[in-house]
Design a protein around this ligand. Structure first.
Ligand code: AQP
Length: 333
């Protein structure tokens, strides 16, 4: 039986190789299976949990759609829309925030990381972000959610919220309990400048990530400058696992080329990094440069991108408005 897929990407600019390998590549594979029904959401309500310039946000919404399409998602097969245009998301988030418990949210590590030391000044939206994410997923009777490893905890919270709602209102199976779809290996791509931090849009140094809009020369330059340790290439898996930067680069190579880690280690064992980096650049350029060209082309077709969002939001609204109506009835409104 086909899966009901929902996932979202924040339109916060600088979409990168981590977003691609952790999430978007998976979206494309799921979209290609005709048995699945897929909803891919540009989560603009999530984006404003931290400050956004309205003009940048508008452009980034279009750029996220362009990235979906350029990566191979077919808008005829999947629903692509932006979250703010389907009001059921905000409504359901409020109702579910009355189901979720403070103790559950207090455990969320992403809030702790993003709010940092100054959590008194973080927005309430940043804190309750995972509840909105639960609303997004549950409105569509989603069975599977393709996400990067960093979202695993939020998905577990979504399952807890769904179960508590079903129990509280004695409606077994009203909310489907969704399963995460996380890549088995290299589900968290790390920064090119620090193997202990995830590759991230908001990292100040552009050299820390491969953007999906980078051209061939930028990709080659970033890989050349990527941090490595002074040792030659690792000669076995045990050694690889102890060396964060080498592990990340070899992981990227493996994810994009389909070659196993063992095979890559066998080929490059004991060599210096520069030879490996030339090969890595080649596979990254082969995959990402055509996507980058297509994104830039699509960004000149604003009306086309807006039309996809408008049509997608109508289809999403058809589904979500029915579910929120049932939620209202159950709650007693
Ligand atoms: N480094 C990563 N490796 C693997 N997957 C990743 N994802 C993000 N970073 C990595 C996955 O990409 C999807 C979309 O992410 P998002 O844009 O909604 O938010 P995010 O996780 O907050 O992305 P960033 O880049 O880390 O942004 P900032 O810098 O704002 O924190 C998700 O499925 C995510 O798991």
């Amino acid at each position: 039986m086909g899966k009901k897929i929902f996932s979202g990407v924040q339109p916060t600019g600088n979409l990168h190789l981590g977003n691609y390998l952790g999430a978007i590549k998976n979206f494309v594979d799921l979209n290609n299976n005709n048995e699945n029904s897929c909803v891919f959401c540009v989560v603009d309500l999530h984006a404003i949990t931290v400050n956004q310039d309205p003009k940048d946000l508008r452009n980034n919404i279009r750029e996220t759609v362009a990235t979906f399409l350029a990566s191979g998602i077919d808008a005829k097969k999947s629903i692509i829309f932006n979250q703010s245009k389907v009001s059921a998301h905000s409504e359901a988030a409020w109702i579910l925030s009355c189901i979720a418990r403070m103790g559950w949210l207090n455990r969320m590590t992403q809030f702790k990381e993003k709010a940092g030391k100054d959590k008194e000044k973080a927005s309430i939206g940043l804190y309750s972000y995972p509840v909105l994410m639960a609303a997004d997923i549950l409105l569509y009777d989603t069975t599977h959610v393709p996400v990067g490893d960093d979202q695993k905890q939020h998905l577990e919270l979504c399952r807890d919220i769904a179960q508590k709602f079903n129990n509280d209102f004695e409606v077994k199976d009203f909310f489907k309990i969704p399963e995460p779809l996380i890549q088995k290996q290299f589900s968290r791509i790390m920064s090119l400048k620090d193997g202990s931090r995830k590759m991230s849009k908001s990292e100040l140094s552009d050299l820390s990530r491969i953007n999906l809009t980078d051209d061939k020369d930028q990709i080659i330059n970033k890989i050349k400058k990527a941090k490595t340790d002074p040792l030659p290439m690792p000669s076995n898996l045990e050694e690889l696992n102890k060396r964060a930067e080498a592990r990340n680069l070899i992981g990227i190579y493996s994810s994009l080329s389909g070659l196993t880690l063992e095979k890559i280690i066998q080929e490059f064992s004991g060599k210096n990094f520069s030879e490996f980096k030339d090969n890595l650049s080649q596979v990254v350029v082969d995959k990402i440069a055509p996507i980058s060209v297509e994104i830039k082309k699509l960004l000149n077709e604003k009306d086309y991108l807006d039309k996809i969002l408008l049509e997608g939001s109508k289809k999403a609204n058809d589904i979500a408005s029915k579910k929120i109506k049932k939620i209202h009835e159950l709650v007693g409104f």
